[in-house]
Design a binder for this molecule. Structure first.
Ligand code: PEP
Length: 252
């Protein structure tokens, strides 16, 4: 019922030349069509990426979007500017945006809404800090982060559960921790939409996902793919994760 999504968040890595080399390698490796593959280069690499990906089944994501269509918003990019380039996805509410750049649940929701209005698919990031997990507030945080998503179009919504303590740290949630959080998030989505809709929304795991742990995480029933930072920067490791997802999709 849900297709696996493997998405790479490149953060502030790879200019045009490196992006082009990566995409040529990824298309050549073309590890699977059973899985939706998305890459998220920095803004300046998007035009080259869009040209190289044209005609392929690999999706292209921006890493941020502004909620207004145009105006005096120095440094921001609108949905129409992204779709004009051929971008089809956007990552919203990443924990680095939240902790380093003042993103809140409210602004993340506004960005998600604007993205969908512009025709983009949204990867909406949520996840608790280490402090919140240790204080037993994980579910409370996940509930408040998913609260208010109700107006979104579920056919263009992917949620990424990314425990902040696992992002870029080498620490990974255990498959059991991931499954517990994903099942809880699906329950929140069922309240925001309906059980049927929630059952169709892919929930990705993010946080030091790599080839060596991909299969055990992705084989959990509510883990429908991954949002990958570090390991998405190398064609071989990204492809290995895509292959692991394809195996899990095939029930292997
Ligand atoms: C991320 O930035 O979304 C992420 C999950 O990073 P990493 O895979 O490097 O932990």
């Amino acid at each position: 019922m849900r297709r696996f999504v493997i998405a790479g968040n490149w953060k502030m890595h790879k200019g045009v030349a490196e992006t082009s080399t990566f995409i040529e390698g990824l298309i050549a490796a073309h590890p699977s069509t059973a899985v939706d593959i998305v890459i998220g280069p920095p803004f300046t690499s998007l035009p080259a990426a869009a040209m190289l990906l044209a005609g392929s089944q690999i999706g292209l994501a921006a890493q941020n979007i502004h909620w207004e269509e145009s105006g005096a918003f120095t440094g921001e990019i609108s949905g129409a500017m992204l779709t004009e380039l051929g971008v089809g996805w956007v990552i919203v509410g990443h924990s680095e945006r939240r902790t380093l750049f003042g993103e809140t649940d409210r602004t993340a929701r506004d960005r998600a809404r604007a993205a969908q209005q512009a025709g983009l698919k949204v990867i909406y990031c949520i996840g608790e800090t280490l402090e919140a997990r240790e204080d037993d507030r994980t579910f409370q945080i996940l509930e408040s982060q998913t609260d208010g998503l109700g107006g979104l179009d579920t056919s263009r919504l992917v949620v990424a559960y990314e425990p902040v303590w696992a992002i870029g740290t080498g620490r990974t949630a255990s498959p059991e921790q991931a499954q517990e959080a994903h099942a809880f998030v699906r329950g929140c989505l069922a309240r925001a939409f309906s059980s049927d809709h929630a059952a169709r929304i892919p929930i990705l795991y993010g946080g030091s996902l790599k080839p060596s742990n991909a299969h055990e995480l992705l084989s959990k029933p509510d883990v429908d793919g991954g949002l990958i930072g570090g390991a998405s920067l190398d064609v071989d490791s990204f492809s290995a994760i895509i292959r692991a997802a394809a195996e899990c999709a095939a029930g292997e």
